[in-house]
Design a protein around this ligand. Structure first.
Ligand code: PMV
Length: 315
C-alpha cells in the first residue's frame, strides 16, 4: 500500500543584474536555472517533521534547523485549517545552499505548494508566494522578493519591489556558465553590510541604485536583441558597482578575471556575493570549453539555459 504524497518542485535562479540594489528600490533582471528543488509531503506518524538527506527535525520544535521551511509549513497548515494533520516534509535539492542560486526561495516555495495541496487547498500561486515569503524573511531579513518571483514564474524577468515583476521573452536561447566558488555565506549578513554602505555614502549609493535600474533596462533590450557582447559588457559594469558596495572579494575577482581572460564576454557575482556564485556569458561555441577549464578548479560549475517553467506540481 503506498500512502498518498504530493510533490512540488521549483527552480533556483540567477540574478543577471541589479542584486542588492533591488532591495533598495532598483529594477533587477533575474532568470530561472536548470537546477530544481523537490519537496514531497506525505502523512507522518505521530509528529510532523522535515527531512533532507540524512538530516531530520521535528516541525514544531524550534531548534534552528530548517527554520524557514518549518515556518512556511506551519503557516500552510494554519492557513489550510488542518492543525491536527501530521506531515512529513522531504526536501531533495541539487542547488547548493548558501551559493547565491536561490535555493532557500525554491525550497520555501515548493514547501508551501506541496503542503497546501496535500492539505486539500488549491491556493493560487500568489497565495503560495505570500506564504513562502514568510520563510524568506526569516532567512534574509529584508528580501526584495526577487528570488521567490523568479522561482515561481521561471524564465527571464524584470523585477522591482514596487512595480512587481514582468516576464521578458527571450528571442534566442541563451546559455550561461555558473561557477560556484564553494564558499558559503549568509545572504542576510551581506544585505546588512550593504545597508551600512548606504548609511555611510547615501548619495553615492542612491546614484548606484539608479544606475542599476538603467543597467537592468539596457540588459532587457540587449537580451531581447540577442546582442551577447552587450549583455556581457553590461554584466561587467554591474560587477563594478557590486565591488563598490563591498560584496565582491579578491577571491571572486580572481575567478571573474580568469573567466574573462578565457574569452567570456562578461562575468559577475550573482546573488548576495561575499562568496557564493559567479555567472559568465561566453560565445555559444566556446561555453563548453570555458566550463571544462573552470571546472578543474571549481568542480561544481555548470551551464544553464533559462528554463521557462517555474513552480510546478509533479505527478
Ligand atoms: O544570494 P541570494 O540568492 O540569496 O540572492 C539574494 C539577492 C539580494 O538582492 C542580495 C537580496 C534580495 O532579496 O533581493
Amino acid at each position: 500500500l503506498s500512502l498518498p504524497t504530493v510533490t512540488a518542485s521549483a527552480p533556483g535562479k540567477i540574478i543577471i543584474v541589479g542584486e542588492h540594489f533591488v532591495v533598495h528600490g532598483a529594477y533587477a533582471v533575474a532568470a530561472a536555472i536548470d537546477r530544481r528543488v523537490r519537496v514531497t509531503v506525505s502523512e507522518a506518524g505521530r509528529n510532523s517533521f522535515v527531512t533532507s538527506g540524512n538530516r531530520s527535525s521535528l516541525l514544531f520544535k524550534n531548534d534552528g534547523q530548517f527554520s524557514a521551511v518549518k515556518a512556511v509549513a506551519r503557516k500552510a497548515i494554519q492557513d489550510c485549517g488542518k492543525p491536527s494533520q501530521s506531515l512529513r516534509v522531504k526536501i531533495a535539492s541539487n542547488i547548493p545552499s548558501g551559493s547565491g542560486l536561490g535555493s532557500s526561495a525554491a525550497v520555501v516555495l515548493a514547501t508551501a505548494a506541496a503542503c497546501s495541496k496535500f492539505l486539500g487547498q488549491n491556493f493560487e500561486k500568489a497565495k503560495i508566494a505570500e506564504i513562502a515569503l514568510l520563510g524568506e524573511r526569516l532567512v534574509h531579513g529584508n528580501p526584495s522578493g526577487i528570488d521567490i518571483e523568479s522561482s515561481l514564474a521561471g524564465g527571464l524577468l524584470l523585477f522591482n519591489r514596487n512595480a512587481g515583476m514582468k516576464p521578458i521573452p527571450i528571442a534566442q536561447a541563451m546559455r550561461l556558465l555558473v561557477v560556484y566558488s564553494g564558499k558559503k555565506r549568509r545572504t542576510a549578513d551581506l544585505i546588512m553590510k550593504v545597508a551600512m554602505r548606504k548609511r555611510q555614502f547615501p548619495s553615492f549609493f542612491e546614484s548606484l541604485t539608479r544606475s542599476a535600474s538603467f543597467l537592468s533596462l539596457d540588459m532587457v533590450d540587449a537580451i531581447a536583441a540577442g546582442d551577447l557582447p552587450k549583455v556581457g559588457a553590461l554584466m561587467n559594469v554591474s560587477q563594478t558597482s557590486l565591488s563598490w558596495i563591498g560584496v565582491s572579494t579578491a577571491y571572486l575577482d580572481r575567478i571573474i578575471e580568469s573567466l574573462c581572460e578565457g574569452g567570456a564576454y562578461g562575468a559577475k557575482v550573482t546573488g548576495a556575493g561575499g562568496g557564493g556564485s559567479i555567472i559568465a556569458l561566453a560565445k555559444p561555441e566556446e561555453t563548453e570549453q570555458l566550463l571544462d577549464t573552470i571546472s578543474k578548479k571549481y568542480p561544481e560549475s555548470f551551464i544553464t539555459s533559462i528554463p521557462q517553467e517555474g513552480l510546478r506540481w509533479e505527478d
